[in-house]
Ligand binder design. Structure first.
Ligand code: ARG
Length: 473
């Protein structure tokens, strides 16, 4: 940074967009803290779409002439093409995307360009751009999440009868099926989609025409611009229109919850890949090697998905803190609303894509999961249930008998199913050989037929329901 910071450095001339009452240029530091073009250029397409809708309305209302409106529209389209082609020169001195576009428009069409900003302010303009941009991104996120669900549903179908241990406290609890476990995530992601859809509904109102904050004396038709931009309606209060950012926060809230779900699944993938679990294998496509340990296959993609919540929830906190305590209406603080949202969108999209990739790449190890399901006396509850159902024992007492048999098996270093019948009978005389059926982990999982339970038939039905919900059945 060069130059003085006292504003009298005779640096750049006063801004041509708003510099009517300014004699000198901004100090270099003022310019550096004020500039946003390096990030808000990302909304150029939305900015130009908003301007086209605005000028069409101005012409229809007789606020500008049809001839000027036609020139402005033609010029805006040329600007759009230049930016899309990468030939547009963004200028820091013009601060932001709005003024960069308008200045170039003025170069292209001359005087009529000055009529575009009638009955409008950058305050309603930026709010409009940001809503339009985020609406598009939400649609992309929703499509990506559906793809992830589809991938998980396919794996769930293949794993409908693969028995694995279900956990509580990360301790083996009861036998479940791999398909059932994956479908739990399908439920979470479907709810996440619902949150994004809700957010989209609420954000889809147009701030355009609120102008700086109070509305405008021009006979603008806010319904017309709202409709042209695909909004459901104009926002009802001009002050709210230019200063609300809860739509972005709602998105970041939904994104944080979604990232938390992805993080949990990612963590399970990391665990499942380990030699201690051996539940799944990922191919070279989603793993990396170690520069020193030749045997390593590291689940880096899963680890990075697990980590993304940091940036995403951080973005939520960042925007929430930035908005807190701001008086109505617009304050320049709010220029800092975009970067956290951009960062969160990019991080989330990458995380979802990586997770979909891993979900498809995942090769479940049926034998490994089955062997693990047999560890830790996972059918002790089945044994207690057998005593209730076959011996008429109260569940509390059955729990106690089953517990005694677990400690007997533990002492012998064997599984419950390996305990000889006479040992069982010494704990409870009524036990007969039919008990061994319920001690098999496959039978245990298959018995979980209550609605929402882990049984293979339930999984197959749930797969169908999940596909129907996705619209891919
Ligand atoms: N670049 C600004 C932003 O992103 C645009 C709005 C500027 N409004 C103003 N009154 N200075 O917030």
């Amino acid at each position: 940074m060069s130059g003085s910071n006292d504003g009298s450095n005779g640096g750049p001339a006063a801004n041509t967009m708003w510099g009517g009452r300014f004699k000198g240029g901004a100090s270099d530091i003022m310019a550096a803290i004020n500039v946003s073009i390096h990030f808000d250029q990302r909304m150029y397409a939305q900015d130009i779409a908003g301007s086209k809708a605005h000028v069409a309305m101005l012409a229809k209302q007789g606020i500008v002439s049809d001839a000027d409106a036609a020139e402005i529209t033609r010029g805006l389209e040329q600007v759009r093409q230049e930016i899309a082609a990468g030939s547009f020169e963004f200028k820091d001195a013009l601060e932001d995307i709005h003024m960069n576009v308008e200045a170039r428009l003025s170069e292209i069409i001359g005087a009529p360009a000055g009529r575009l900003h009638t009955g409008r302010s950058r305050n309603d303009q930026v709010a409009t751009d940001f809503r339009l941009w985020l609406r598009d991104e939400i649609d992309t996120v929703l499509t990506a999440l559906k793809d992830l669900e589809a991938a998980l549903i396919d794996q769930a179908e293949a794993g409908a009868d693969m028995v694995m241990p279900g956990f509580t406290h990360l301790q083996n609890a009861q036998p479940i099926t791999f398909g059932h476990h994956l479908l739990a995530y399908v439920e979470m992601i479907a709810r996440d989609r619902g949150r994004f859809e809700d957010c989209r509904k609420r954000l889809n109102e147009s701030p355009l025409g609120a102008a700086a904050l109070a509305g405008t004396p021009y006979p603008v038709d806010r319904d017309m611009t709202a409709k042209a931009l695909g909004f459901d309606r104009p926002m009802a209060n001009s002050l709210d229109a230019v200063s609300a950012r809860d739509f972005a926060l709602e998105f970041l809230g939904a994104a944080s919850i979604n990232a938390m779900h992805l993080s949990r699944l990612a963590d399970e993938i990391v665990l499942w890949m380990s030699a201690q679990f051996r539940f799944i294998r990922l191919t070279d496509a989603f793993t990396t090697g170690s520069s020193i340990m030749p045997q390593k296959r590291n689940p880096d993609a899963a680890e990075l998905v697990r980590a993304k919540i940091g940036r995403i929830a951080g973005s939520f906190t960042s925007l929430l803190m930035m908005m807190k305590g701001l008086p109505l209406t617009y304050s320049k603080d709010m220029q800092e609303d975009k970067e956290p949202v951009f960062l969160a969108v990019d991080s989330l999209m990458l995380a979802i894509a990586a997770m979909s990739g891993m979900a498809r790449d995942m090769q479940p190890n049926r034998e490994g999961m089955l062997a693990a399901a047999k560890l830790g006396f996972t059918t002790a509850t089945d044994l207690a249930d057998w005593l209730v159902q076959n011996q008429g024992m109260p569940f509390r007492e059955a729990h106690h008998v089953s517990g005694s048999l677990v400690s007997e098996a533990e002492a012998r270093g064997c599984g419950l199913e390996d305990l000889p019948l006479d040992v069982m009978q010494s704990v409870h005389a009524g036990i007969d050989a039919s008990v061994y059926d319920v001690l098999k982990v496959e039978n245990s999982a298959a018995s979980r037929t209550s609605f929402g339970g882990a049984a293979p038939d339930n999984v197959r039905a749930a797969v169908k329901a999940a596909r129907a919900r996705l619209g891919t059945a």
